[in-house]
Design a protein around this ligand. Structure first.
Ligand code: SAM
Ligand code: SF4
Length: 326
């Protein structure tokens, strides 16, 4: 059981690692049209440095790791990092959040390296809308990635669909239908208003998704027990599940179990707080494991009680989602 307990009694056993701030897409809600100034390579934590942080975190009880970005699959030789992490005692689960564009060519290798499961971000099943949202992505690439992830035995394969402007009932139904005959697990996520350059006014809320699902087919209202913040349901006889994640209308901060490591080596205890603890400088200056433990514990001690999005708190972070990892 994790020894990392914050000031509000939450036990921290999950570390999300952003391995790059670069991306092969430019989703309109995530990156400004002009792109971002990417960090020089030597500012990124090297694989050995990430593995050292994870080893020390594991000694404190972190058991679950998620790789994210930017787009994790554009970081060269990412399977080598997965192999390094999979060998660390105490790490029982390695997952990845990806846009899925490069998954077709990498899924089997990632699985072989020790990746267990994958969340694929896909906000629409319409090719034109996909291109408009991602600025130049091709829907067929992601569809190929999803198929390959299933074939490679990554499990579960989840699809994260952000409830963005333009999604309608017909599209929600298309996503729900994906769960019927394949072990695909769709999560509809509420948008978080963290970037000044994108205003979302979607007509479909997480509550609406549940109403649409209820009118589509029968499912058990009790829901399934998920390990994360999603409320999860399954249609009768279907192989996959669906669910909602509502950080705005149904905050889950009180059960948050996460830390985040940015690609340039800062530990952040909350996606929405400015507080961060530098690990890269100390790592490169020869800090020992005791020192590293002290820094990680100080980050946990600074974890705020909850985010204040939509409640007059700081909305626009110095980091973009593509830099912290979502
Ligand atoms: N490139 C990968 C991908 O797209 O899955 C990983 C990084 S991306 C920043 C991680 C997740 O953050 C994606 O699922 C994306 O939809 C989500 N995201 C980005 N901006 C968001 C926002 N303002 N509110 C909620 N989710 C957001
Ligand atoms: Fe890239 Fe993911 Fe951000 Fe889209 S959401 S721009 S795929 S990092």
């Amino acid at each position: 059981m994790s020894k990392l307990i914050d000031a509000f009694g939450r036990r921290i056993d999950y570390l999300r690692i952003s391995v790059t701030d670069r991306c092969n897409l430019r989703c309109a809600y995530c990156m400004p049209e002009s792109g971002i100034v990417t960090r020089p390579h030597d500012e990124l934590l090297r694989f050995e440095e990430i593995a050292r942080v994870v080893r020390v975190c594991a000694s404190l009880g972190i058991a679950k790791i998620r790789l994210t970005g930017g787009e994790p699959l554009v970081r060269k030789d990412i399977a080598d990092l997965i192999e390094l992490l999979a060998r660390i005692d105490g790490i029982s689960d390695i997952s990845m959040t990806t846009n899925g564009v490069l998954l077709k060519e990498h899924a089997a290798q990632l699985k072989h390296a020790g990746l267990k499961r994958v969340n694929i971000s896909l906000d629409t099943l319409d090719g034109d809308r996909y291109k408009a949202i991602t600025r130049f992505g091709k829907l067929g690439d992601v569809e190929g990635g999803i198929r390959e992830a299933l074939c490679a035995g990554l499990s579960p394969v989840k699809i994260n669909c952000l409830l963005l402007d333009g999604i309608d009932k017909a599209e929600v139904l298309k996503f729900l239908a994906l769960t019927l005959e394949d072990p695909i697990h769709v999560r509809f996520l509420e948008f978080m208003p963290i970037n000044a350059f994108y205003k979302n006014n979607t007509a479909i809320s997480a509550r609406d998704v549940m109403d649409i699902a209820g009118n589509f087919r029968g499912f058990d209202n009790a829901g399934l027990q998920g390990s994360g913040p999603a409320k999860v349901f399954r249609f009768k006889d279907s192989l996959g599940t669906f669910g909602t994640i509502a950080p705005m209308t149904d905050k889950f901060c009180s059960s948050c179990n996460r830390l985040r490591l940015t690609s340039n080596g800062y530990m952040k205890a909350c996606l929405h707080a400015e507080a961060k603890v530098d690990l890269k400088g100390p790592l490169r200056n020869g800090i020992d494991d005791e020192g590293l433990i002290g820094l990680i514990e100080s980050s946990v001690r600074g974890k705020p009680k909850e985010h204040l999005l939509g409640a007059g708190g700081v909305e626009y972070s110095e980091y973009l989602m593509c830099q912290i990892g979502g």
